[in-house]
Design a binder for this molecule. Sequence first.
Ligand code: G6P
Length: 489
Amino acid sequence: CEKKDGWPSKQRLLVVANRLPVAAVRTGEDSWQLEISAGGLVSALLGVNEFETRWIGWAGVNVPDEVGQRSLTEALAEKRCIPVFLDEEVVHQYYNGYCNNILWPLFHYLGLPQEDRLATTRSFQSQFSAYKKANQLFADVVNEHYEEGDVVWCHDYHLMFLPKYLKKYNMQMKVGWFLHTPFPSSEIHRTLPSRSKLLRSVLAADLVGFHTYDYARHFVSACTRILGLEGTPEGVEDQGKLTRVAAFPIGIDSSRFIRALELPEVKDHIRELKERFAGRKVMLGVDRLDMIKGIPQKILAFEKFLEENPVWQDKVVLLQIAVPTRTDVPEYQKLTCQVHEIVGRINGRFGTLTAVPIHHLDRSLDFHALCALYAVTDVALVTSLRDGMNLVSYEFVACQAEKKGVLILSEFAGAAQSLGAGAILVNPWNITEVAASIGYALTMPADEREKRHQHNFMHITTHTSQEWAGTFVSELNDTIVEAQLRTRQ
Ligand code: G6P
């Protein structure tokens, strides 16, 4: 691809995800405040400089009027973002419904919701229709902005129909799809009424990526068992057409965290936190308030530890940051109440007039406060019941160069495959085991902590988000060249 002046220009990368990397807040009829949300995908792609990146996604707000849509489109263009407008009903049925009430729990082995299992096929059907409709709206916007030679990278379980719809528009489009959650065993996937349609739609992509080799293997098994297709070492073959399937474990922009620790503002935060918790070991949990994160199980394990180790009762504190998420979905509302109830009970049981064992916050922290918190932590607890990767574990390690704290990590998080040798791996369902691991972590000798930390630190600084994104996109380009060579032979 060449510019008019003869110099090669960068290849355009269209990143399509349900959520844009900026959240929009309306401040007037045609004015908007845009806030960058530095999630995993955003920071992953920030460091990718070889491509001219455009984002396509939902801005997270309902904008029913034309003036609003036009002005938001203009404001987002400055951030290289292109909005997909979804009305309230579609958001309710597609995002709250099919994405977050059906696919999300199913892909994390929590099964289909009871009501749907018991025959409310009407609501299942309407949610599925809204899902397809939303995917079609995304496809329309991509198609409108697509230029020959662009690479289109679709993200996550929200957009499983997108590869098929895009290829229907243009067979030549280079389309990749990446799943940020686990892909479950085919025995779980086959319970989903729309199991085949979703698989077939994803297979329309040229390259399909997962965080771990296991998820990729589950996907290939689902295609062979449910669709009767052929699985090969490269991927899945259907009547001579190969869809490449592979593992691309995501990472973080570790240097951003390491640099932040040098900022005076962060150093001040660290000093304050050290004073605040002087004489106590700090344990930390940072999670979205989601059932997959195993927050109730984690807190119950902490209670068991305190119960069995009275000497620790006033010497350790658990700071749990629980970021509210998907608050319109009833399951998430129930979870919030459940967590509050458990925290209240334990603080009532073990608290004193001057201190409580658990500080539970229902909100997010800004980046600098978060880095400071990671840096003063003695033991981080990541006890997801299932998790695609879990980058909190990576972020914690990035901020521990001085302290060399211990990471307790669920064996059901994708990160267990990369940080397994440095972390203490636990089964989060086994509260006795997690309680014992807390005791082990709090008393671990310094040389063992150092060794474990070095292992993890080496991994997270060499397997970065930039490397992840660069590898996926170049593999997608290569896949297409190989496919062209194959058809010419
Ligand atoms: C997970 C998903 C992402 C999603 C994020 C936040 O990490 O894989 O696609 O954006 O959760 O959830 P939300 O529903 O707020 O976008």
